[in-house]
Design a protein around this ligand. Structure first.
Ligand SMILES: Nc1ncnc2c1ncn2[C@@H]1O[C@H](COP(=O)(O)OP(=O)(O)OP(=O)(O)O)[C@@H](O)[C@H]1O
Ligand SMILES: [Mg+2]
Length: 501
């Protein structure tokens, strides 16, 4: 019998083990260590990348959210109650993706692209990662085209350009959503695709919204992404990013897109919840340290592409809710500093009946002015001054002091400006109509009117521009030139309209 050479055998085994190690693909499957609240702690995915899509049993998907020394934190989507300790987690080496494309138009979906309406499955031609790099400076162009909201106070005083990021900020129930929705409604026949991302709202509000879009014939150019308050914070967290990817698809096809995030305060809260569950250290107001990055990387994805890249754009209207008008809280200040301006809605104005309750003093648009029609610049220049001096004089009037003739005139002009800027829900005013109205105000054609006559005149202008022959001619000239060239025609129309008030 041959003698067993222990050394030789152990050397052989050693070699086998070494070779064996070389063969193995490095840990592409991990196992769930623990699972709770839609979050799994996974062992064995040491090669995982942040934001990676991982697959679990029962068609549950995961997004790698936390990279720790010995495990990774994964947020789960789907029937997460079916996931248990010990389940396998397969790495995919690609970033979490959502379906994008034309098939989504007119649909209501969840942030994963699953339909929430009763219109059947969505067959989309393409998937895009939810986290994508924002376009570089060289890939962008200046903002040079206006995005008209149909809301007078915005189009005149805080104009928005295509590719701009304009924050809508205010307390609860001050008309934030209404402004966003009216802006969507105003894009009908204007070749702009709209994406409305609802974060943490009631399902019933979204159902009403979808009905409204349908009635106003605005659903067919809109995608509604809904992560309602009833859903896990994981879905709420994901919603704006998947909305951004859906918008980017259209932008990269050369289209103009309007995206609304309603609202990012709730988004920040969902992110805080996830971060606390992941045991990330918390800072101010218990938000994690990277809450600025949460929104900056999202809003940087809006913008205007260079001609070389097709010239498409994403205009973003994020919404933030304040508590008791406090715009210096953590999330509001962050987002104010990221965006190109804000529409500040004031409680006080809303209750005084000055609606939309946009404060002319505290609202700004840092880039939209460059894109505004010249005609609007010609007539809206004095509006802000009229409003400011009105506020100043109004306080004098409250003291009962006598005013001289000139001040009385300014007071009256201011009062009429405030009245003209009032606008009802879903009552959209065309650009041409706005220009004629402001022209009439500025040039004294409304000085002798009382409030009722003033409102009649506003209506007559809007109607006359499409019903009357001179009006139609004027409308055509204004929309073609985007500038007031023929003052005679304009005044002829105003005189015509004045006969009816
Ligand atoms: N311009 C307006 N004129 C008259 N009513 C308005 C106007 N804008 C909004 N409203 C009314 O005010 C209410 C609140 O509006 P909206 O839902 O847009 O506010 P919000 O700030 O989005 O509220 P929330 O904080 O609940 O999201 C609604 O009933 C709406 O019809
Ligand atoms: Mg709202």
């Amino acid at each position: 019998m041959a003698k067993i050479d222990v050394d030789q055998i152990s050397a052989l085994i050693q070699k086998q083990i070494e070779n064996y190690k070389e063969d193995v693909r490095l840990e592409s499957v991990g196992r769930v260590l623990s699972v709770a609240d839609g979050i799994a702690n996974v062992y064995g995915l040491s090669q995982a990348i942040l934001g990676e899509l991982v697959e679990l049993p029962n068609n549950v998907k995961g997004l790698v959210f936390n990279l720790e020394q010995y495990s990774v934190g994964v947020i789960l989507f789907g029937r997460t109650e079916l996931i248990k300790e010990g389940d396998y987690v397969r790495s995919t080496k690609k970033i979490f993706e959502v379906p994008v494309g034309d098939a989504l138009l007119g649909r209501v979906i969840d942030p994963l692209g699953n339909p929430l309406d009763l219109k059947g499955t969505i067959v989309s031609e393409k998937m895009l990662p939810v986290e994508r790099m924002a376009k570089s400076i060289m890939d962008r162009d200046f903002i040079n085209e206006p995005l008209h909201t149909g809301i007078k106070v915005i189009d005149a005083l805080v104009p928005i350009g295509k590719g701009q990021r304009e924050l809508i900020i205010g307390d609860r129930q001050t008309g934030k959503t209404t402004i966003a929705i009216d802006t969507i409604l105003n894009q009908r026949d204007k070749n702009v695709i709209c994406v409305y991302v609802a974060i943490g709202q009631k399902d019933s509000s979204i159902a009403n919204l979808v009905k409204l879009l349908q009635i106003k014939d605005a659903l067919h150019y809109t995608v509604v992404v809904n992560a309602s308050a009833a859903k896990e914070s994981t879905l709420l967290y994901l919603a704006p990013y998947s909305g951004a990817s859906i918008a980017e698809y259209f932008m990269e096809k050369g289209k103009d897109v309007l995206i609304i995030y309603d609202d990012l305060s709730k988004h920040a809260v969902a992110y805080r919840e996830l971060s606390l569950l992941m045991k990330r250290p918390s800072g101010r107001e218990a938000y994690p340290g990277d809450v600025f990055y949460l929104h900056s990387r999202l809003l940087e994805r809006a913008g205007k592409l260079s001609k070389k890249l097709g010239g498409g754009s994403i205009t973003a209207l994020p919404i933030v809710e304040t508590q008791a008008g406090d715009i210096s809280a953590y999330i509001p200040t962050n987002i104010i500093s990221i965006t190109d301006g804000q529409l500040y809605l004031e409680n006080k104005l809303f209750y005084q009946g000055i609606r939309p309750a946009i404060s002319a003093g505290l609202s700004v648009s840092r880039v939209g002015g460059a894109a505004q029609w010249k005609a609007m610049k010609q007539v809206a220049g004095t509006l802000r001054i009229a409003l400011a001096s009105y506020r100043e004089l109004e306080s004098f009037v409250q003291f009962g002091s006598d005013l001289d003739q000139a001040s009385k005139k300014r007071l009256d002009r201011g009062r009429k400006t405030v009245e003209i800027l009032k606008q009802d829900v879903h009552e959209l005013i065309s650009m041409e109509s706005q220009i004629v109205t402001f022209y009439a105000l500025e040039n004294g054609f409304m000085d002798d009117l009382n409030l009722k006559q003033l409102n009649n005149m506003i209506d007559e202008i809007q109607q006359g521009l499409s019903l009357n022959a001179i009006g139609r001619q004027l409308k055509e000239a204004l929309s073609r030139d985007k500038e007031i060239k023929d003052r005679e025609l304009l005044e002829q129309f105003i005189h015509h309209v004045r006969r009816f008030v």
